[in-house]
Design a protein around this ligand. Structure first.
Ligand code: ATP
Length: 434
């Protein structure tokens, strides 16, 4: 299929097959929040694993961290989020709907009610605020993190002094982030609760340009390896006049979503802004001592930050295909086998053969993400697996009892071959590695 699927097609597949549901749907849903169902949560696990493995391939000098979701007020003052993490907002005085004013033509009428009666545009802070402890006053204010990065910066010195690691090195983290987006939209693209995968790479100032280029190339390799169609991925450098005041260079990785080219990942040389700010606000010295020059310095940071959910959406859009086979249309998700929620399905040809088929399944279920499926005709079962992206189906039939072989059917080609039962494990492993 050359044509990209519409967003509605992807939303419908995600719901139908248990990838993604609207959150708390039985209560009418929660705007900008989604629940990941059985297949969605497996897919996300595989995305996280792929990202982590990729970092390990790129460098041995990366350690991992798990910071908290809650953060204290001074930390968000230092990071600039309390003062600057705003989007401009307008209200329609007629229908009371809210919009981001930078995405609207305020000369025109409200797209929701057709009346032109706007408030002035004003800044809206995207941080979710909460209170900690029994006392409710300003000192109990805390915020849900809008990015995972700050926990990395405030732990820089802890990690540096306890991990026997030398600059240059990276601290990576995967975790939830929260932004009170004015207009969550486009399914998983812009949500209020989402997940980020971030790496902060600490280096000397004179090397930051080199490492920025290194990470651009590394992230390019990541998108190639994960299997996104290169025609749908582009790297867009920010113009110098569009850079944040602290950023020395920023490039967005963009994906061609059904609703246009949009940011998937941000790669930035952040100078030493973050550690300098936290040094200033906390009063704690976050500099390191250079044994060669005998001088202390605050390291620069190169950051790569991608949303798990946005990447999930990009992968689903990219993998979706509708194909004609034997006069029938099949829906097939041509996901990278390492990302597909189910790596392989084991099927008895008929229910009578379930016992030996189940035995094969049991021998593999702790090694791979497996599914056992015995209900419906074999053709229907293959179609079901195609639709959720399962790269391999192994069928146990009447001959299997005698020749100790099964039929393996490949998702992309629909080719079928017979292989020995003893080699199934190897077969799956090889498929996952390609
Ligand atoms: P955008 O301009 O789309 O709001 P951003 O530049 O604010 O994104 P960053 O702060 O750079 O985003 O966050 C890094 C990554 O986190 C983004 O590239 C995206 O993949 C993800 N992300 C950010 N905001 C959201 C959101 N509201 N919903 C889902 N993913 C998000």
């Amino acid at each position: 299929m050359d044509k990209k699927p519409s967003l509605e097609t992807i939303v419908s597949l995600c719901k139908r097959r248990g990838f993604v549901y609207p959150s708390a749907e039985i209560y009418g849903g929660l705007n900008g929040v989604y629940d990941f169902g059985p297949l969605g949560s497996l897919t996300k696990q595989h995305i996280r694993q792929f990202w982590t493995n990729h970092l390990k391939k790129e460098s041995d000098n990366i350690v991992f961290l798990e910071g908290p979701i809650l953060g204290p007020t001074p930390m968000w003052q230092a990071s600039g989020h309390l003062e600057n993490f705003h989007d401009p907002m307008v209200d329609c005085l007629n229908c009371k709907k809210r919009f981001r004013s930078d995405e609207m033509d305020l000369e025109k009428a409200c797209p929701s009610c057709g009346v032109k009666n706007w408030t002035d545009s004003r800044q809206f802070n995207l941080m979710f605020k909460t209170q900690m402890g029994a006392m409710v006053d300003q000192s109990s204010d805390a915020y849900l993190r809008p990015e995972t990065a700050q926990a990395i910066f405030v732990n820089f010195k802890n990690v540096y002094s306890t991990s026997r690691i030398k600059i240059p090195f990276g601290i990576a983290q995967i975790g939830k982030a929260f932004r009170n987006e004015i207009t969550p939209k486009q399914f998983l693209f812009r949500t209020r609760e989402f997940e980020q995968m971030e790496i902060e790479w600490f280096c000397k100032a004179e090397n930051s340009r080199k490492f920025f280029e290194f990470w651009l190339e590394a992230r390019h390799r990541f998108y190639q390896n994960i299997g996104l169609n290169p025609d749908n991925v582009r790297f867009e450098a920010h113009k110098p006049e569009d850079l944040s005041h602290y950023s020395q260079a920023t490039t967005d990785v963009e994906y061609k979503f059904p609703f246009g080219w949009k940011e998937l990942e941000g790669i930035a040389d952040r100078g030493n802004f973050d550690l300098t700010q936290h040094t200033k606000f906390s009063g704690k010295d976050l500099s390191v001592f250079d044994e060669e020059t005998k001088e202390s310095y605050i390291p620069n940071v190169v950051e790569c930050s991608v949303g798990v959910d946005r990447l999930f959406l990009a992968l689903m859009c990219d993998a979706y295909n509708e194909e004609e086979i034997d006069g029938e249309t099949r829906i097939v998700l041509k996901l990278n086998p390492a990302i597909a929620p189910i790596s392989a399905a084991i099927m008895p040809l008929i229910k009578k053969l379930s016992e030996p088929a189940q035995k094969i399944y049991d021998s593999l279920k702790f090694k791979f993400s497996m599914q056992y499926d015995e209900s419906g005709s074999i053709g229907k079962r293959y179609r079901r697996q195609d639709e959720i992206g399962t790269p391999l189906c192994f069928t146990y039939d009447f001959d299997s009892e005698n020749d100790n072989m099964v039929t393996v059917r490949e998702r992309d080609t629909t080719n079928q071959t017979r292989i020995s039962i003893d080699t199934i494990e190897d077969y799956i492993r090889k498929t996952l590695q390609t």
